[in-house]
Write a protein that binds this ligand. Structure first.
Ligand code: ZN
Length: 138
């Protein structure tokens, strides 16, 4: 069995951002030379997500509005976590958008559905953060 590990680094210019990382994960897959197996992609931070959905700007805007209803960024003092920090909303947003995705690898390709794309979801950006890609298989 082959095993491959790589970290992808991101620094967004805004507090919240969605980045399509499907191509980056495909590059890892090529580097790993795994043909049949599993790839795990997870955020290594508790205020960021990795999730699969449509690469459609309207939907991303809908995510922003929906998440702001569930866990508004401001006022900061509405959250007990915000004693020394201002990112309680980012922890909550990450929780609902998820930590990781697992994708099957078939014949050397990501076995995704027709509209499925892999995203890094940043909720407390403007600093360097990373995503782990772990591939196992043959
Ligand atoms: Zn925090």
């Amino acid at each position: 069995m082959k095993s491959f590990r790589k970290e992808l680094w991101f620094q967004t210019s805004r507090r919240r951002e969605y980045i399509n990382i499907t191509h980056e994960v495909e590059k890892c897959l090529i580097e790993s030379s795994v043909r049949e197996g599993i790839v795990l992609v997870n955020a290594m931070h508790i205020t960021a997500s990795v999730f699969i959905n449509d690469d459609e700007m309207g939907l991303h805007s809908d995510f922003e509005v929906w998440l702001e209803k569930l866990a508004p960024e401001k006022p900061y003092n509405q959250y007990r976590h915000n004693g020394y920090e201002d990112n309680a909303d980012a922890h909550l947003k990450r929780q609902i958008m998820g930590r990781e995705v697992t994708v099957a690898i078939t014949e050397g390709k990501l076995d995704l559905g027709p509209w499925e794309q892999i995203f890094y979801g940043e909720f407390d950006g403007m600093r360097r953060k990373r995503v782990l890609v772990k591939i196992i298989g043959e």
